[in-house]
Design a binder for this molecule. Structure first.
Ligand code: SF4
Ligand code: SF4
Length: 310
């Protein structure tokens, strides 16, 4: 039997700001909503989302024998999370301003798992950071961390949406589980829906990925052209406008300290950059996911008329 309080202490010691536990069980209602979203073709070019839907909403299908899901969240709000002036035409989503969270969070979870396995020899466990089909936002709601906002992201009462998630699926039961987060604290607010530059939030909690700038700047190019609104990697527009983010504290964990300041970088600086400089300055950040050429292509799409100089 695992002790929930021990696991939460390990999470805090590892640097996580939030941690909740939920038993592994099918999330049937969420799966039904997701299947309806897929049937409407809202996933656009993100074909991988069509695969493993049964596993995505049932941790025990993803990992046989999983009993307990530990959902951890690290707050990452930094100056870029507060938004950009309208005139800025080289905007980067604020999660991408720091070391790639896949690396950081995986190390934090690995340390937790190793400590648990020392305490409980034979304990089976696997860590997940956004790379396997696992409905992590919905699990976070089940683990009591927050609710799904109208922009379809997890909103936590203290840190808003600016949290990075990681999960442990463990093969033993815990002595206590968290109560699922009930309801929503969005109230009458519709800021995210109204702020989206492309109308990608077609209804509360329904995103049309084919219109979403985050998808257009990073993923395989969807068929339709959209105005990137100055974004060159990701898009925070439906987050920086959220009142829960506006009152959230800046992160203080050195592991999530910004590696660069996109507010001070001009389109010309990005275009003049060479691969070696890109690797040196941004090699540890998520920007490597799209690469310098794609960033520069996005700069040109955002700034077709501008002359460039360093
Ligand atoms: S990330 Fe940007 S484009 Fe996508 S839904 Fe949010 S505001 Fe709209
Ligand atoms: S911007 Fe408003 S509606 Fe959107 S998630 Fe935040 S509180 Fe909810």
């Amino acid at each position: 039997m695992l002790h929930a309080s021990d696991i939460k202490k390990l999470a805090a010691d590892a640097g996580f700001d939030l941690c909740g536990l939920t038993p592994c069980r099918p999330l049937a209602q969420n799966e039904a909503w997701f299947r309806a979203w897929l049937a409407e073709g809202r996933h656009a070019s993100l074909g991988y989302l069509e695969r493993n839907t049964d596993k995505r909403f049932d941790p025990q299908r993803l990992v046989a024998g999983a009993r307990t899901a530990v959902v951890c969240a690290a707050a990452y709000k930094n100056p870029a999370s507060e938004g950009y002036p309208d005139s800025h035409r080289a905007k980067v989503a604020s999660y991408a301003c720091t070391t790639d969270y896949h690396t950081t969070i995986r190390e934090m979870l690995a340390g937790m798992l190793a400590a648990l396995q020392r305490e409980h020899p034979g304990l089976e466990g696997r860590a997940f950071v956004d790379t396997a089909p696992l409905a992590e936002k919905q699990l976070a709601v089940e683990a009591g961390l927050g609710w799904i906002g109208r922009q379809s992201l997890l909103v936590t009462p203290r840190f808003g949406t600016y949290v990075l998630l990681g999960e442990l699926l463990l093969g033993d039961e815990a002595d206590a589980y968290d109560v699922p987060f009930a309801g929503s604290r969005c109230g009458r607010c519709r800021n995210c829906i109204e702020s989206c530059p492309t109308g990608a939030i077609v209804a509360p909690r329904v995103i049309d990925a084919g219109r979403c700038i985050a998808c257009h700047t990073i993923e395989k190019e969807p068929a339709a052209e959209v105005d990137l609104d100055g974004w060159i990697f990701g898009c925070d527009r439906c987050q920086s406008c959220c009142p829960h983010n506006q009152k959230a504290p800046m992160q203080t964990n050195p592991a999530f300290a910004p590696a660069f300041d996109p507010l001070t970088m001009t389109p010309g600086q990005w275009l003049a950059m060479r691969q070696e400089e890109f690797r040196t300055r941004f090699g540890a950040t998520p920007l490597t996911r799209s690469g310098l050429e794609r960033l520069q292509e996005n700069i040109r799409r955002n700034n077709p008329e501008e002359p460039y100089s360093r």
